[in-house]
Write a protein that binds this ligand. Structure first.
Ligand code: FES
Length: 112
């Protein structure tokens, strides 16, 4: 039963784009959101999610940061090299949601 409920689990995401417009997404994982945003050309995702291009830079709403697993060293190193990096910065391609993180508000960071 828990496998079934996990399979059907989804994440509600409110996304604010670079023009300030908000959109709602219902996805099974943040990787799915990454793929969807690449498909909509809202992010470039140039490295395909390999943690090297930073074109998936997002800002995670302060209350929602605990819903994500902490970043690894390679993500931190990429973010440290960005002009618009903030304490709320994450690379969407590297974000993995904790089980309790079933809703999330994120903003696309300015393009570098
Ligand atoms: S897509 Fe390149 S770092 Fe995320």
């Amino acid at each position: 039963m828990s496998a079934l409920s996990k399979q059907n689990a989804s994440i509600a995401v409110e996304l604010t784009d670079r023009e300030g417009a908000t959109s709602q997404y219902q996805v099974g994982s943040l990787r799915e959101l990454f793929d969807e945003l690449c498909g909509e050309l809202k992010i470039d995702g140039l490295c395909g999610g390999c943690c090297s291009c930073a074109t998936c830079h997002v800002l995670v709403d302060g209350d929602d940061q605990h819903k994500l697993y902490p970043m690894e060293d390679d993500e931190r190193e990429v973010l440290e090299g960005l002009l618009y990096s903030q304490s709320s910065s994450r690379l969407l391609c590297q974000c993995r949601e904790r089980e309790e993180g079933r809703s999330l508000s994120i903003t696309l960071a300015p393009e570098e």
